[in-house]
Design a protein around this ligand. Structure first.
Ligand SMILES: *Cc1c(COP(=O)(O)O)cnc(C)c1O
Length: 403
């Protein structure tokens, strides 16, 4: 092989070493396909971790963003930003909630939610407010959000943690009652409808309704982190809508801007007016480029009926995987909703990420033993079938090695 055709093996000696990266560097994408700098093609079942809602290079999004970049990228919140009002109205209409704060990432949205909950408490005269959080939760990597996260690996080395959290197991309403019994300082419960990083673990609909009733009875805010499971991924705009409930606070990010950094906290009437001028803010939050990305993503999702697509293609893919994997020793579960699917194996299976990439498939393994599929919401049945065709032999080989 001569120098001109030798594959590029990427290295980043000047970038801080915070990720266990695969030895691959991406160049460009189109639809559900991505190509690396050596020209190798991949089918994308990861979408940049549930971010690229519209896939790659969507022509309508590209045109809109080009237009916005040329007009105005950023102007700061000293002024009104018309795009904020437009995207806020779209989120309010689709969530049944009332007001929105914009930021630029998931942890920022969650940080704002935690501040809302604390101020909600202080406004009621509670000086040391406490928030109920969950085992296996993931809320981000700032000091407050990693303290709320239920994964010791995320917290290790960063103590002292932020106080004021009470941790409970998922799907057990009695556990919440016991953990908070006689405690007047509780102000909120905070959780993901379907835990993403924790291993695609859904909260049951019945549990969500019980929790909603408990929050109403006790005057707590129900705060649902829909950063990963929201924005149409499960086939409804927001995953909690399958249970027919409405939260008081809902952080969003990941898929909201189809890849442009954006975060949002949507608040219902109980939480919409807690922040007053001076209480919270961010320089980049709500900039015209991010707002255009969010509004355009929602418009295109509706034009292309991507909620229905997420349900239809998700059911197809989950069904296909369930049938192929049913009863196999070493396969614990296939679960999820819409295009958020987890395959839990009985063994740590991080190696599958590299093997899938070698075979031309992008996915991730989370919580050590759960293969996570969170593809773009534009994925077709044909592409979903290819995901299964590429993935199933890799699982078979892996399981045979464990036997
Ligand atoms: C990814 C994620 C976050 C953190 O988002 P960042 O943009 O990485 O800060 C928070 N909550 C959930 C549920 C997530 O999946």
């Amino acid at each position: 092989m001569n120098a001109a055709t030798a594959p590029v093996v990427p290295s980043s000696p000047h970038v801080m070493n915070t990720y266990g990266r695969l030895p691959i560097a991406m160049s460009h994408g189109r639809g559900c396909r991505v190509w690396d700098v050596n020209g190798k093609e991949y089918l994308d079942a990861l979408a940049g971790i549930a971010v690229n809602t519209l896939g790659h290079g969507h022509s309508k999004l590209v045109t809109a963003l080009q237009d916005q970049v040329a007009k105005l990228i950023h102007c700061c919140n000293y002024y009104h930003v018309p795009g904020q009002e437009e995207l806020a109205r779209m989120l309010v209409e689709r969530s049944g909630m009332s007001n929105v704060f914009f930021c630029s990432s998931g942890l920022e949205a969650n940080e704002a939610a935690l501040k809302l909950a604390r101020k909600y408490g202080h406004d009621k005269g509670i000086e040391r407010p406490e928030i109920v959080v969950y085992d296996k939760a993931f809320h981000g990597r700032s000091i407050a959000t990693l303290s709320a996260t239920g994964n010791p690996k995320v917290q290790e080395g960063f103590g002292p943690l932020v106080e004021g959290f009470i941790r409970v197991p998922a799907n057990d309403i009695e556990a919440v009652k016991q953990a908070t019994e006689g405690n007047p300082n509780v102000v909120a419960v905070f959780f993901e409808t379907i835990q993403g990083e924790g291993g695609i673990n859904p909260m049951r609909a019945e549990y969500l309704r019980q929790l909603r009733a408990l929050c109403d009875e006790r005057g707590w805010l129900m705060m649902i982190d829909e950063v990963q499971c929201g924005m149409g991924r499960t086939g409804k705009w927001f995953a909690h809508q399958w249970a027919g409930i409405v939260p008081d606070v809902m952080p969003l990010a990941k898929g909201l801007g189809s890849g442009v950094p954006i975060g949002a906290v949507v608040a219902g009437p109980k939480a919409a007016h807690i922040f007053q001028p001076g209480n919270h803010g961010t320089t980049f939050g709500g900039n015209p480029l991010a707002m255009r990305a969010g509004a355009e993503t929602i418009r295109i999702m509706e034009q292309e009926k991507l909620l229905d697509n997420a349900t239809r293609v998700g059911n197809f893919l989950r069904g296909r995987l369930e049938r192929a994997l049913a009863g196999k020793p070493g396969v614990k579960d296939v679960r999820g909703q819409g295009l958020m699917i987890g395959i839990e194996l009985a063994h740590p299976c991080g190696v599958i990420t590299q093997r899938a990439a070698d075979a031309g498939l992008l996915l991730s393994v989370t919580a050590d033993s759960v293969i996570r599929l969170v593809p773009p919401l534009i994925m077709t049945e044909e592409e979903a079938n290819q995901v299964a065709e590429l993935l199933l032999p890799i699982i078979d080989t892996f399981l045979a090695e464990q036997a």
